[in-house]
Design a protein around this ligand. Structure first.
Ligand SMILES: Cc1cc2nc3c(=O)[nH]c(=O)nc-3n(C[C@H](O)[C@H](O)[C@H](O)COP(=O)(O)O)c2cc1C
Length: 303
């Protein structure tokens, strides 16, 4: 039986299967090409890209936690001009979709990054990371206020011609409210979740484990909360939802799909096994075969 794993996220973003890799956990994609066939993925989402190059935060910026890890990498990246000039040419030969995750400290940063990426035809979509602090908005993250989230979405919408995914932070009281705000402002899809604000104390040294004190928690520890949020958002918006947070295998990915996600992203699992994402594709196909599912859409939102 031929199983159809193709999914359509709208606004021209069609994937061969629902599996993407998550930003910040898969480099710029090409680093993983020696471990896996990138064309087996629905697509890959590259590192958070900013207008100017960023060194990121000083070490220590990673700490392991029970069933997860906290990172404070701080969006280390060479900047969008460098991406366009040196990295983009390494990504144009793949059949899987290339999505660029963009970040900024003010609305105009996001807009400029999107403008620079717009002529790069093989960038099928951008994922707008609204978890960043808004320096002009008192340092509050764009994604924690419906107004700021809508403002940045609408501004990028004006300059970005292809699919625009907006990535939501879970560090809010109502993620549904933020999802609805970015949908109304022109997002083609929403992805969730980004990391949860967290911290660990080293009691022997009497210091926080991270140089920044707090960081973002990811991995299996966050999965049940992420599944709940995806389920809530999928019922509240009309645009497709992309689910992530602690997916380690196909069964975890299917939880998100059954909760309403059209596609999923694999993040922290890539650090444990660089082939995790491809194994999720194989595992979903195997599940469909075992359960006589002819089309992945039969499983979407059945909860
Ligand atoms: C080391 C690291 C770097 C990350 N960098 C970014 C980033 O640049 N932009 C972004 O939107 N999310 C970033 N994330 C968040 C992930 O894309 C993802 O949303 C989060 O880790 C939850 O998924 P997971 O539990 O499968 O890792 C990063 C996560 C980690 C662990």
């Amino acid at each position: 039986m031929g199983i159809n794993l193709k999914v359509d996220l709208g606004a021209g973003l069609k994937l061969d299967n629902p599996v993407l890799t998550a930003s910040g956990t898969f480099g710029f994609g090409h680093q993983y090409a020696e471990f896996i066939d990138l064309n087996r993925l629905g697509g890959f989402i590259v590192k958070g890209t900013t207008l100017e190059p960023r060194q990121g935060n000083p070490a220590p910026r990673l700490v392991e936690t029970p069933s997860g890890m906290i990172n404070a990498v701080g969006l280390q990246n060479p900047g969008v001009e460098d991406f366009a000039k040196y990295i983009y040419p390494t990504l144009t030969g793949f059949t899987s979709k290339v999505i660029v995750n963009i970040s900024g400290a003010q609305v105009s940063d996001y807009v400029k990054v999107a403008e620079i990426l717009a002529p790069l035809e093989k960038v099928s979509a951008i994922e707008v990371n609204i978890s960043c602090p808004n320096v002009k908005g008192g340092g509050m993250s764009f994604g924690t206020s419906p107004e700021m989230a809508a403002e940045v979405t609408a501004a990028v919408r004006k300059v970005w011609p292809r699919h625009m995914m907006v990535k939501l932070t879970p560090n809010v009281t109502s993620v549904v409210q933020i999802a609805k705000a970015v949908e109304a402002a022109g997002a083609d899809s929403v992805s969730l979740v980004n990391t949860f604000l967290a911290m660990v104390v080293d009691v022997e040294r009497r210091k926080a484990c991270l140089s920044t004190v707090t960081g973002g928690l990811s991995g299996p520890a966050i999965r049940p909360i992420a599944v709940r949020m995806v389920w809530q958002v999928a019922q509240a918006v009309k645009i497709p939802v992309v689910g992530l947070g602690g997916i380690m295998d196909a069964s975890d990915a299917l939880q998100f799909i059954m909760a309403g996600a059209t596609a999923v992203q694999i993040g922290t699992a890539n650090f444990i096994d660089p082939a995790a994402s491809v194994k999720v594709v194989d595992g979903i196909e195997d599940y469909c075969r075992r359960h006589n599912v002819a089309d992945i859409s039969e499983l979407r939102g059945i909860i």
